[in-house]
Design a protein. Structure first.
Length: 258
């Protein structure tokens, strides 16, 4: 039995920005679950599993505010204004975001809006896909035998393009393992750029589609063939792209070739 005294109070007029984890409801943190039990309204993202939303208390209002690349979405400014308005109306607002709110999400922007409006808020970290998703595929983020560093990269900016400010040469030379979020649309450009920067075409790559969900699919390949294999296996976003030696653990730990 969990002692409720370990949790902070969820006061009216406050916003909790919580991570829902990468998909599997079992990866939800206890603090996020506590927020679901106390919230008056849950403002949730597109990738939050319906089974997580079902954990909200029976009186809570569920309000969709998802953003998906290449699809019509609510403007971020409107979401931030909505959070402020709900809190100023005295609601306990749970802003539920996929993964972790501060890892390639818009948690920082929402916090800035809350600070500007004088609204109190709480950050509830979540398990990010770059850790939880890899674990579900039997791929360690780090291993003593392969890498002492790992780099998390976003595959597209708010405008939907590959980040222009990334120094691919330095990334290629400086980080043994790269974990790329939201990069499926630009996989051809990303893989080409990495090879131009010195990573060999034989470099191990894992493509993890819909990580930690019942529809998860993992394909191991290499930089030279990853685009063709993504199409061959009909892999769909959300997708993680892992480049580096830890990919070899997938077959060893999961017992699968693909």
């Amino acid at each position: 039995m969990i002692n409720p005294d370990i949790f902070p109070d969820f006061f009216p007029g406050t916003v909790w920005l919580a991570g829902a984890g990468p998909g599997d409801p079992a990866l939800l943190t206890l603090l996020a679950h506590h927020g679901l039990e106390r919230a008056d309204i849950v403002v949730y993202d597109a990738l939050v599993d319906e089974r997580i939303l079902a954990m909200a208390n029976n009186t809570a209002t569920l309000e969709y505010a998802g953003k998906r690349g290449g699809q019509p979405s609510v403007k971020q400014s409107d979401i931030s204004e909505r959070l402020v308005a709900l809190a100023q109306d005295g609601k306990r607002v749970l802003r539920l975001k996929g993964g972790d709110p501060f890892v390639f999400g818009r948690g920082a922007q929402e916090c800035e809006a809350l600070v500007a409006a004088g609204v109190n808020f709480c950050i509830v970290p979540g398990i990010t896909a770059g850790i939880g998703g890899l674990a579900y595929a039997g791929i360690p983020v780090t291993s003593r035998d392969t890498n002492a560093a790992v780099t998390f990269i976003t595959g597209h900016t708010a405008s939907g393009d590959v980040p222009a400010a990334l120094d691919w040469d330095c990334l290629s030379k400086g980080s043994p393992v790269l974990v790329i979020y939201m990069g499926s649309r630009h996989l051809a450009r990303i893989s080409k750029r990495l090879m131009e920067a010195g990573r060999p075409s034989s470099e191990p790559v894992a493509l993890i589609s819909k990580a930690t969900t019942p529809h998860q699919k993992t394909v191991t390949t290499n930089l030279g063939d990853c685009v063709a294999h993504m199409k061959e296996f009909d892999l769909k976003p959300p997708m993680l792209i892992i480049v580096g030696p830890t990919v070899a653990y997938h077959k060893k730990f999961s017992g699968k070739d693909q």
